[in-house]
Design a protein around this ligand. Structure first.
Ligand code: AKG
Length: 291
């Protein structure tokens, strides 16, 4: 994979976002999707064994099974990520399948085109199963920097937003405000979004740029920067919009999350510093937890 063309780099630097088509093959996603399917199955089996579910929904595919199970016990709009059916399916998942995507050569080539060959896999990342009509998964307008310490203001960060199913306007894709990466950090206020569970920017404080809906096919990647204003819209479809948001930055620059380590995903200067296995990533995390 050659990374980005000069034209793509220019677009990203001028607009603050970029869609890159066909970066990750279905085969490369499969270990992660298999793990997620296993976890969904385990959660459903546990609830079923406890008499809390009346069906195992075994014939439902990846993009529907969790949603069907949740809907059978509660109104999806009020489903919380703390509910037992979501165990191991949200947030900072560290598994072989996740490590394979975070360190995917196609992604790292893209990031290298933008920040060079010294690349930190940033500590702030997420996996998100966004269920149909689920309030807590509708993310209001924000800048990623609004969620980081201000020491990361000057750090050039690449956020790779990666759907595991085709992301569409109907199932709640991302929207960005073009050129908003040139704005300073705008005040983020608490309790925004339909469930009041996110920090974000109130409508009155938004800059006037073009609001661009960003459908992304599975395998493609949407890139944004840490000051690009973005949100994700409601999922009005009948299936789950699974996605990852991963960030990368220069290891020499502050991450804005110093209490949690990232790991070196690529280095020409210090090749021995590269974390090349899930175990290496887990060891870094364990060393911080016991420090
Ligand atoms: O995936 C989403 O719904 C929101 C993602 C997001 O806001 C982000 O990557 O910062």
């Amino acid at each position: 994979m050659p990374g980005l063309s000069d034209e793509q780099i220019l677009f990203f630097k001028e607009q603050g976002y970029l869609l890159v088509e066909d970066v990750i093959s279905a085969v490369d996603f499969q270990p992660l999707i298999n793990e997620l399917n296993e976890t969904v199955d385990r959660n459903i089996q546990e609830m079923y064994a406890a008499g809390l579910l009346e069906d195992l929904f075994e014939n439902e595919p990846f993009e529907r099974r969790l949603a069907r199970a949740v809907k059978s016990v509660q109104d999806a709009s009020s489903a919380s990520f703390g509910d037992p059916l979501f165990k191991g399916l949200t947030g900072k998942l560290k598994t072989e399948g996740m490590f394979a995507v975070v360190t995917h050569p196609g992604i790292l080539d893209i990031v290298e085109s933008l920040i060079g060959p010294e690349i930190l896999a940033h500590p702030q990342f997420n996996i998100r199963p966004k269920l149909p009509n689920q309030d807590v998964s509708v993310v209001p307008w924000h800048q990623d920097l609004g969620y980081l310490e201000p020491d990361a203001t000057e750090t050039f960060m690449v956020n790779s937003w990666i759907p595991l199913v085709d992301a569409t306007v109907e199932n709640g894709c991302m929207e960005v405000i073009a050129e908003s990466h040139r704005m300073p950090l705008i005040e983020h206020v608490h309790k925004l979004g339909p469930a009041g569970n996110f920090k974000g920017i109130v409508d009155e404080a938004l800059p006037g740029g073009e609001q661009v809906a960003c459908p992304v096919r599975k395998g493609s990647v949407l890139l944004i920067q840490h000051k690009t204003i973005h949100r994700s819209i409601p999922n009005l479809s009948d299936h789950i919009r699974w996605s990852l948001d991963l960030r990368y930055s220069d290891p020499a620059m502050p991450t804005g999350r110093e209490s949690v380590p990232g790991f070196i995903a690529c280095s020409q200067k210090h090749p021995a510093s590269v974390t090349d296995s899930l175990q290496g990533w887990l060891d870094i995390m364990a060393a911080t937890e016991t420090a």
